[in-house]
Design a protein around this ligand. Structure first.
Ligand SMILES: CC(C)(COP(=O)(O)OP(=O)(O)OC[C@H]1O[C@@H](n2cnc3c(N)ncnc32)[C@H](O)[C@@H]1OP(=O)(O)O)[C@@H](O)C(=O)NCCC(=O)NCCS
Length: 221
């Protein structure tokens, strides 16, 4: 999957944060004083590398982390300027809170924040759910960016790398396959449940390449 280039100077006027505000959900810039809550939350819900990236975003001035909150409960986050300046992401919404517009509100609030920081373009690096980004954004695939900046990145041994989740391309060994299947199953949207079951069956009974292609499609679409 290529990186995406987004024009920030003509963003569509998507105001999902106003819609979710009527459900008591606020999307706002995080404060440095909230880092000790937000970072462990990201670790619990997502991937260790995202904790590293969000830590960087908390050191920016102003802070480049946005959060979605309801009644003192953290529901989601989005960052910019993490591993690279001008990059959007990582972003994530707690599983139980998905499908209400929170991800979209975080995306557009963060992109507008980047515009205010005088970026003309944002790069969405190592894109996972392509359809999510393409729904409103006329984003351009950046040629030659398939490996993105993350190609040479070190990985921990906990099997929680986003590379695995995204494409499975760097997986080694059957054990890791099963871990990947479990994570993929947990992350594919509910409406894809039928395809998800099929992908898991294929993964368990056939060769990895079949599963890689199918799971990648399920996760990204
Ligand atoms: C991607 C993610 C942030 C979306 O959050 P969300 O709050 O569920 O998204 P929203 O409710 O705002 O969805 C907005 C629209 O995008 C669509 N969408 C949401 N997640 C999608 C996905 N994974 N794939 C395709 N479309 C998706 C929704 O169907 C919705 O469209 P609709 O209004 O026509 O129904 C969330 O699924 C998540 O945390 N995923 C795991 C982490 C991840 O992949 N992060 C992105 C890394 S690049």
């Amino acid at each position: 999957m290529s990186d995406l280039l987004v024009r920030l100077y003509d963003l569509p006027d998507v105001r999902t944060e106003e819609k979710i505000a009527s459900h008591g959900i606020t999307v706002r810039r995080a404060m440095a004083a909230e880092a000790h809550i937000v970072l462990p939350w990201i670790e619990r819900h997502f991937y260790n590398p995202w904790v590293s990236e969000a830590t960087r975003a908390f050191t920016r001035s102003p802070v480049m982390v946005w959060i979605a909150v309801r009644h003192n409960e953290l529901l989601g986050f989005a960052c910019a300027d993490c591993s690279m300046r001008g990059f959007f992401g990582p972003t994530g919404v707690a599983k139980a809170a998905r499908g209400q517009g929170i991800g979209e509100a975080l995306l557009f609030t963060t992109l507008r924040g980047m515009r205010e920081a005088e970026y003309a373009y944002a790069v969405i690096g190592g894109v996972g759910p392509l359809a999510f980004y393409r729904k409103h954004l006329d984003a351009i695939d950046i040629p030659g960016s398939e490996e993105s900046i993350y190609g040479p990145m070190l990985h921990d041994d906990k099997g929680r790398d986003f590379d695995d989740f995204q494409s499975g391309q760097r997986r080694t060994g059957r054990k890791k396959d099963v871990a990947f299947v479990k994570r993929a199953r947990a992350n594919v949207p509910d409406h894809a449940w039928l395809g998800r079951s099929v992908a898991v069956d294929i993964a368990l009974h056939f060769e990895r390449p079949f599963f890689s292609v199918l799971a990648t499609n399920l996760i990204q679409n």
